[in-house]
Ligand binder design. Structure first.
Ligand SMILES: C[S@@+](CC[C@H](N)C(=O)[O-])C[C@H]1O[C@@H](n2cnc3c(N)ncnc32)[C@H](O)[C@@H]1O
Length: 229
């Protein structure tokens, strides 16, 4: 079963270049990441967060922000693609690739509080115990997997009671791929309500995305700050 379009190293490098400023391209994704970071800042009680997981961390841009905002918290990154894990390791942990962020900080030194693991499918987080994390983060992953409902249930399961979960989906992801979002926004919000997720913040953003060698397009991102009841 094909799970991700970022399954080969060339694609992974292309994604890293889009995600990180100064890696060769201009970072077309930066306005999107700023928007996600503002969403993370909506969490009511950030001081109560002692364990964080991001699933499908890609090139690690959000992991880096989480590490900056929660420097004393252990952050676990889980990802399906081993190529994406290698790229993130190079940026966040070793010195093979340097990236310069918007605040001119050079990345490439080990961030002690981040641990990365690959080969993990969000639809089946067997190895992860229930009620583990104060904050679970999942950005633009549910919109490209076969079973987003199952994955959302997994996100709920691994989050602690009263813990937070941040989910972002591009529901109108338009590339012609069988992996496009398998659920519409209304059904997704019904699912969140049926599960034990309380929606604290719900934000929709119109963002302009310019990808290398592709026409500029406007797409809608839906972001949710949730709390497990
Ligand atoms: C569009 S990228 C988003 C990356 C990152 N969250 C970000 O916002 O920059 C989607 C990521 O989800 C990962 N992914 C795809 N299917 C997955 C699955 N079934 N389980 C875990 N990760 C998956 C891909 O390898 C890719 O890194």
């Amino acid at each position: 079963m094909k799970i991700s379009k970022y399954l080969n190293r060339n694609k992974a490098i292309e994604y890293a270049r889009m995600s990180w400023p100064e890696l060769g391209y201009n970072s077309s994704m930066e306005p999107f990441y700023s928007w996600v970071i503002n969403l993370i800042k909506k969490i009511n009680n950030p001081k109560e967060i002692n364990s964080i997981v991001e699933i499908g961390f890609g090139a690690g841009r959000i992991l880096y922000e989480l590490s900056k905002q929660f420097p004393n918290v252990k952050i676990q990154g889980l990802e399906f693609s081993s190529d994406m894990k290698k790229i993130s390791e190079q940026i966040l942990i070793s010195k093979d690739i340097f990236a310069i962020t918007e605040d001119q900080k050079i990345i490439g030194k080990k961030l002690e509080n981040i641990n990365l693991k690959d080969g993990v499918d969000i639809q089946n987080l067997n190895e992860v115990k229930s009620n583990q994390f104060d904050l679970t983060v999942c950005i633009n992953v549910l919109d490209r997997i076969v079973n987003p409902k199952k994955a959302t249930k997994e996100l709920l399961r691994i989050t602690k009671i009263e813990g937070y979960c941040i989910i972002v989906n591009a529901f109108d992801y338009e590339e012609k791929t069988p992996l496009k979002m398998q659920i519409d926004p209304i059904s997704f919000e019904n699912l969140l309500n049926d599960l034990n997720f309380k929606i604290l913040t719900q934000k929709k953003s119109k963002l302009v995305k310019s990808l290398p060698k592709k026409p500029i397009r406007i797409f809608n991102e839906y972001g949710y700050v949730l709390q497990k009841k």
